[in-house]
Write a protein of this length. Structure first.
Length: 312
């Protein structure tokens, strides 16, 4: 039988089964139970706070809902309910090819686990994924988009074969300058980028805690740089683990576009705030820099199934 064009269209995917994770938040330090459910077509990635009244509980994982990007990427809704530190889980969902999922949390922060995306990705792959009856969509760049903050910048450029390039520069520390560049190859990224852990400086930990950050950070979920030493007993997973983690963060942040972005990404000393600024520049109301392929007006909003799960 000859296949039709419709037969060859790539379909959206969701989880084949739910999974549950227990842990603590790296910034709040609070214990949390997180259950990730399959999502309906065209709903995207959604968070739901089960410890909040149903009318206040739902938060869509979109760039327009970012309420803080200082030390992590935090989302919020119009009711003032927040979910902190979504970037590693978002990266894992991107690596796993998951378009739609509902993430139910009984607390304010995604569990840190080991500070990377690898354990999230393991759970996603163990749950498996299934095709859905809706075409997958991609944000295709029509022209370059770039944002700056001093000497730091992040940019997207059109490409049919996207590449990711990240450079960091922490002068006077063991990190120094590190650069990494790779093609968008899911298997490669899952192997070489997903396991890279978040990092911090011991000298800054006290001040961060006073400001309500890193309350749950420890050697199980953070690579700690103390002077010219790495304090973690096992050392680094990669010699350039720091820049690999910055690439991981960028992948997770950019998935807040709502669809995968087909473009080259180049970041020089990037961070969450710069990545979110890039998304605002790309996707803001006056932007003509992108198109959705295949084109179709899709309103991603609360569905009856999401409303029912809000009662969980």
């Amino acid at each position: 039988m000859t296949s039709t064009i419709e037969d060859r269209v790539t379909r959206q995917r969701t989880l084949a089964a739910e999974f549950r994770i227990y842990g603590k938040g790296i910034h709040t330090g609070q214990p949390v139970c997180m259950t990730v459910y399959p999502g309906e077509p065209d709903t995207g990635i959604c968070f739901l706070r089960s410890d909040q009244p149903p009318s206040r509980a739902l938060i869509l994982a979109r760039w327009s809902n970012v309420v803080s990007a200082q030390y992590s990427t935090d989302l919020g809704n119009s009711a003032g309910v927040r979910v902190r530190t979504v970037e590693h889980l978002m990266a894992a969902l991107r690596f796993g090819g998951i378009d739609n999922a509902l993430i139910v949390l009984n607390g304010p922060e995604v569990p840190a686990l080991d500070g990377s995306a690898a354990l999230f990705l393991n759970h996603i792959e163990q749950a498996g994924s299934v095709e859905q009856d809706a075409p997958a969509r991609t944000i295709v760049l029509l022209r370059p988009v770039r944002v700056r903050d001093g000497d730091r910048y992040a940019r997207l450029t059109p490409s049919f074969d996207p590449r990711l390039t990240v450079t960091i520069d922490f002068k006077g520390t063991p990190l120094g300058m590190q650069s990494i560049a790779t093609a968008w190859n899911r298997d490669l990224l899952k192997r070489e980028i997903a396991p890279a852990r978040t990092f911090g400086f011991a000298a800054e930990h006290g001040a961060m805690k006073e400001r309500g950050h890193a309350l749950g950070a420890d050697l199980t979920n953070t690579v700690v740089v103390d002077g010219d030493q790495i304090r973690n007993p096992g050392g680094l997973r990669y010699q350039d683990e720091f820049v690999r983690h910055k690439m991981l963060d960028a992948i997770g942040d950019l998935y807040l576009a709502g669809w995968p972005i087909r473009a080259n990404y180049d970041g020089y000393k990037p961070g969450h705030a710069l990545n979110v600024k890039l998304l605002r520049q790309l996707l803001g109301q006056s932007s003509d820099a992108w198109t959705l392929v295949p084109s179709r007006t899709v309103k991603r909003s609360e569905s009856p199934a999401l409303a029912a799960l809000a009662q969980v």
